[in-house]
Design a protein. Sequence first.
Lengths: 127, 260
Amino acid sequence: MSLQSPLAKALGHGSSKAGPEHWLVQRSTAIALAPLGLWFIYAMVTLEHGSYEIVTAWVAEPMNAILLILLVMVYAYHSMLGLQVIIEDYVRGGLGYLTLLACQFIHLMLATAGIYAVIVTALGAGQ
Amino acid sequence: MAQFALPPNSRVKKGKTYEAPADAKNVRRFEIYRYDPDSGENPRMDKYDIDLADCGPMILDAMIKIKSEIDPTLTFRRSCREGICGSCAMSIDGTNTLACTLAIEDVKGDVSIYPLPHMSVVKDLVPDMTHFYAQYASIKPWLQTRTPAPPDSERLQSKEEQELINTPSACILCACCSTSCPSYWWNSDRFLGASALLAVYRWLVDSRDDATGDRLDELDDPFRLYRCHTIMNCTYACPKDLNPAKAIAEIKKMLVERRL
């Protein structure tokens, strides 16, 4: 039971002065993913029947490696922002903070692993 | 976690059936949510068979007929019966709307009537609007200005400036929009909801208001404003054909504009 006034409840802890960044970055990463994603799908289709050597040689092309790393980073960031919203929507309190932390950690891990894989493949190709 | 299932004392049971008189010509069934906190019983769905040949054309007419002729315990809010007071907002046939402006013939089959979704129910179709009104009050829905008023006239607006506030100020605060929003269902403690945000927008675009920056500061928050995920149930539900979803999108644009 609480005798707090309805207005005090509605005002809560006030405005956190943060929100537009998340909204803006989620949209800008979405825009970036449109050409990057199309490029990646196109590349995968053309490489569909390529041998291991052909694919690694493709990754070793500097422009391809750079675009792949960009794709991994932007995808991971965009996915993290999206999942963050879902967690904020549905998971409350301490469990919410933990889930958010886990979400960020997993995305950072995935992004790092992806970038590492591209670099190793690009530098290791032809050896 | 968000609560997805109703608590045991809120689960809806089968209720009574009130049959139409034997000489009824055009019978339509109304299934209405009933809940009386004093009884200690769970909510139930009562069924009323109404002879439309002996009833007004609107849903509210049928409800008033039920209350005055069949079951006086049926509780609901209503006042103007012409869509301007917003009292008879409820969920009819799955959509939040006003019982007074929805014609019975526009609903196919049995007419199901529930209170506005995800609000505490005071009794039957009467939801507790305290928090909804407090949220409206929290956005300071009045003119804030540092410019002194002209000594001999009202504060003037151009025709174009007036047109900006014309539509959003037609909101009747019935809460159909806010309570149709899943985001409001899960997070109404912090998310302002479509109605309050439409109200802020009305003051944000008012050329006479000097508090635009302060108002935007108050909305600069992941929950107050950004829990809106453009679901657009608000615009679909609005019985006054207003567009809260567009107003919210405009507010988001204003917040971005002032930092780019």
